[in-house]
Design a protein around this ligand. Sequence first.
Ligand code: FES
Length: 106
Amino acid sequence: MPKVTYIEHDGREHAVEVKSGLSVMEGAIRNNVPGIDADCGGACACATCHIFVDPAWAGQLGERGAMEASMLDFAEGVQETSRLACQIKVAEAHDGLIVRLPEAQH
Ligand code: FES
């Protein structure tokens, strides 16, 4: 199973295994990783699953979708590598993925 590391804004790391096919958001929720509220349950309608993808991985997860991009307009502190975790499906090739959680979501 691919391992995904979630790093909280204060540096606390959570390295967990996430089944392929689940989203990065679902991987956090199922493993009790704090900082991803996912208020809308993954419908791309809340932006409380905002994450920063590690720069080394930013090019390997596809592009933001149109709906995702417009939701990110409402998120705080958006950066170049910002994504919505519910819109990234984990695949075997993502083993070692690192994402960071914004301070606003702790
Ligand atoms: Fe709501 Fe991702 S869980 S936008």
